[in-house]
Design a protein around this ligand. Structure first.
Ligand code: FAD
Length: 457
């Protein structure tokens, strides 16, 4: 058996693991990363990047289809068609470039990469199955960055016409009728893209609203847009089984059948905690996830955990920030997790961004709202729907949360997070000159509105 030693061993090269490994390498730590599949993890291979590529292609197609009909801009074109297999090949090309980039960055940081499935022997020993045989690695510090997998429903097992998000991002043709089980952000992003590509989409959500973690004000513009796209949304609806092109759906009114060619199941993601000897470490769990402290240490001192395996919010940028933190802690840095802001974006149509507290989470505080209808740039984009909202303390005008729903608001996530991270007050934002004409002016305006001096409303 081949043997290796290192200071820090990372299992999983997703956004958490690869960032941890690169940062560890930069800090001069002898680092090994083990990845069973392609570097980049869920995010680069079957998550963030491929879904946004599909969303972009669908939007382009939708725009082209729009201009084939009557429109205010005076543009005319012929009815477009789509070769989805070619779109998917284009998406795969982007993924390949990015995953290749991750490998190159790890190499540049002098990280040793081992391809294969890691099996934990104990807190300082891991075996890796490689085509050349087993490699036994001894490490001073172990980082679990194994991520998550799509959650199945027992009555709707993945395979055939029942799709996980992974399968839905690699279809070679647009399904005529698509049922999406689960109205969270992943289901809505892919469902909206498919509707724009011409599928007849029905979204089933067990809760009383889509995106149930957000308030109705934030989700209303999305509901309106889904309706305009011809998407049917059934709330309080549970899918129970699928056969012969019929999905059985339970609603308050009883059981009904829904015709569908494909069923996309997006009811959450399960942490990858089994199948690699983790249970042998008997680490403290937080529900299904690994429990960690404010340095991402598990209950075993030299074993760290980062990313989706540690629970919500399961987001790539959280995994990356945790990865960098762990590398710095192992290098002797006195770092702890002290983030005030964790932006979350839904790439729906329109998009939603949330950072910090929602109004319902800070009921004793103040809220100001500014609509995109009062923003010139939104008008020039033909999209005045949505708003920016700020939650702030009454006495000191400290910003506690910022949310937005509207076209292109994902690009405002950085400004929102910066405001919270730097403990901005309304005056800080209101007195910052925002370029004209940009959607970002709404952030300045909403702060001015909170201060009682909004100009464009
Ligand atoms: P992962 O990315 O899951 O990586 C874990 C890696 O570990 C995998 O490569 C796996 O092969 C490897 N591994 C597991 N076990 C072993 C083992 N025993 N041996 C060796 N290797 C192993 N997040 C966002 O922030 N923004 C988005 O827009 C967004 N969109 C998404 C869209 C979709 C469709 C999906 C599914 C997810 C999306 N996410 C998004 C979530 C994001 O992808 C995850 O939060 C992120 O990838 C988590 O990173 P991670 O490093 O914890 O784990």
């Amino acid at each position: 058996m081949k043997r290796e030693n290192c200071k820090i061993l990372v299992i999983g090269a997703g956004p958490g693991g690869y960032v941890c490994a690169i940062r560890a390498g930069q800090l001069g730590l002898d680092t090994i990363v083990v990845e069973a599949s392609t570097p980049g993890g869920t995010c680069l291979n079957v998550g963030c990047i491929p879904s946004k590529a599909l969303i972009h292609a669908a939007e382009e197609f939708h725009i082209a289809a729009h201009f084939a009909g009557e429109n205010d801009l005076g543009i005319s074109t012929t009815k477009p068609s789509i070769d989805l297999a070619k779109t998917v090949a284009w998406k795969d090309g982007i993924v390949k470039r990015l995953t290749g980039g991750v490998s190159a960055l790890m190499k540049k940081a002098k990280v040793r990469s081992i391809s294969g499935h890691a099996q934990i022997i104990d807190g300082k020993t891991v075996d890796v199955d490689t085509p050349e045989g087993t490699v036994r690695i001894s490490t001073e510090n172990l980082v679990i960055a194994t991520g998550s997998r799509p959650q199945e429903i027992a009555t709707l097992p993945f395979g055939g016409d029942i799709l996980s998000s992974t399968a839905a991002l690699s279809l070679d043709s647009v399904p005529e009728r698509l049922a999406v089980v689960g109205g969270g952000y992943i289901g809505l992003e892919i469902g909206t893209a498919m509707a724009k590509l011409g599928a007849k989409v029905t979204v089933l959500e067990a809760a009383s609203r889509i995106l149930p973690q957000y308030d109705a004000d934030l989700t209303r513009p999305i509901m309106k847009h889904l309706e305009a796209l011809g998407v049917t949304v059934l709330v309080g609806a549970k899918a129970q089984g699928f056969g012969a092109g019929q999905l059985t759906v339970m609603t308050e009114e009883g059981s009904q059948k829904l015709s569908a060619d494909k069923v996309l199941v997006t009811v959450g993601r399960a942490p990858a905690t089994d199948g690699f000897g983790l249970e042998g470490l008997e680490l403290t769990m937080n529900g299904r996830h690994l429990a960690i402290d404010n340095q991402c240490r598990t209950s075993m001192r030299s074993v760290f955990a980062i990313g989706d395996v540690t629970g919500d919010p399961m987001l790539a940028h959280r995994a990356m920030a945790q990865g960098a933190l762990v590398a710095e802690v192992v290098a002797g840095g006195r770092r702890t997790w002290d983030k005030r802001a964790m932006p979350a974006v839904c790439f729906t149509d329109p998009e939603i961004v949330t950072v910090g507290m929602l109004p319902s989470e800070a009921p004793e505080n103040e809220v100001a709202v500014f609509p995109f209808a009062g923003n010139g740039r939104a008008m020039t984009l033909g999209r005045g729907d949505g708003f920016v909202r700020v939650v702030y303390t009454k006495d000191s005008e400290l910003v506690l949360g910022i949310q937005a729903v509207g076209v292109g608001v994902s690009e405002m996530a950085g400004e929102f997070a910066l405001a919270l991270e730097m403990a901005a007050t309304l005056t800080d934002i209101a007195d910052t000159i925002h370029a004209h004409p940009t959607l970002g002016e709404t952030v300045q305006e909403v702060a001015m509105k909170g201060l009682g001096r909004a100009l464009h409303i």
